[in-house]
Design a protein. Sequence first.
Length: 296
Amino acid sequence: MSKILLILFIFAATPSLTAKEKPKLKLIAKGEKVTKAGGGYLFTEGPSVAPDGRVFFTDQPNNKIEIWSENDAITTFTGSGERANGTFFNKKGELVACADLHNRLVAFSMDGQQRILAENFEGLHLNGPNDLWIAPNGGIYFTDPYYHRKYWETGHKELQSVRGVYYLNPKGKVIRVIDDFQQPNGLIGTPDGKILYVSDINDKKIWKYSIQPDGSLGNKILFAPEGSDGMTIDKKGNVYLTNKAVSVYDAKGEHLVRIEIPEQPSNVCFGGKKRNILFVTARTSVFTLKMNVKGN
């Protein structure tokens, strides 16, 4: 076989990178792999990054909120987390949590104090806040699905008839902004406060909305054909979903890459001082992956 034919044969036999594989080489730092950072939990959820880069996450059934540091040390923030699910830091440095022990939004200060932010809408108790995102103006968007819980014994029998999405405006008023989902779950907004992505997990769809000046939502557009438990976004506008794996879509809704996690992921955020560590909560464990892109 001549050298030219040999070269052509090798070129033809070498599998080319697919469109779905190429972005993976750009998003994930070279040579990095998913690493287990901690385990032995009952069900991990709600990761959010503190101003110093540490990641706070919940072990919901155990009613704990844990803290991951970049050296992979994990310590307990509180053993009385009101069964917190989704969390997010506000500008005051408080950890705002969807606390479904009593179906409400609460804020934890770093010295362990807590205050109630919202628990009712139009005279009825919330179903059970699940996930949240805080807009640049301090307003809070949160999902309020219904998941039956035997332990809930607060005495509130009248819940919302709608599994909705709400906006707690900076003045403290709760407004329902979505009422047509089967089961709202994860959500995330863009850092400029203009776009909100929301998951209808039972309908297996992600919807994209324009945020209006009064906090209401408009211009509903189908963004991705899969549901998501938790979500995050990087500085390039790529949206990260958690379903069977971590799926990444660009801002136009084009699927970029699927990141396999040893356990089914529940939520995700960017942590570390440089915000370049993808932190994934996944059932009984938490995982990290060093990225080329950064979170906000």
